[in-house]
Design a protein. Sequence first.
Length: 227
Amino acid sequence: MTDGNLQLDEDEARIDALLRSMTDDDLEFAAPPADLWNDIEAAVFADSPSVTVGEESGESPTNNVVDITSRFRRGTAFFAAAAAAVVVVIGALVVAASGNDSPSFEVVGDARLDWQEGFVDEGAELTVDATILGTDSAQAVQLNAAALPPRAGEDLELWLIGIDAAGELTISTLGIIESDADGTYEVPDDFDSSAFDTVLVDISYEPRDGDETHSGASIVRGEIIDA
């Protein structure tokens, strides 16, 4: 491999080109001609010397058995090898593609989210752990929050709150927390954690009213500590 690109040998490149050129019509089953097998049988017996042995020795040709298993095995082996090559090529392409699309995150910090005075009562005895993941160009928050209590008609939502040196707040949502409350949530590109003196992770209840601002109904909150 060079420059991070998958390199195919000549055979694999031909298979790859063939696969890319296939359409739905190529996958439709085509019934063979009715006399195909009769033609194959006639050709096999015509090419096999063992057919004439019985005739020359006076034996009945019906007692002779033409061994075509070796030919069958060679054909089967060829198609099996071709199929295996196709699988290898497809697998390699999938791995390469997934490797290019999925960043390799590392742990860059963590936060312990606790209930604070003035928060909703549902979080009074709740603690949530958050792991901060990052690459050179992206960040994400991984939650271990299976105990988050649901509230009828409202969503659980994850937020980041950045506080700069002047005490100004920047609040950004990472999205609605899934029903099992465990998962990884990517930080929006326009939220630069390095621009703030303090960054908080916040979980709140949000009414389904179309208002995209924070409701103020926080459940738990905690500061990110760099790893």
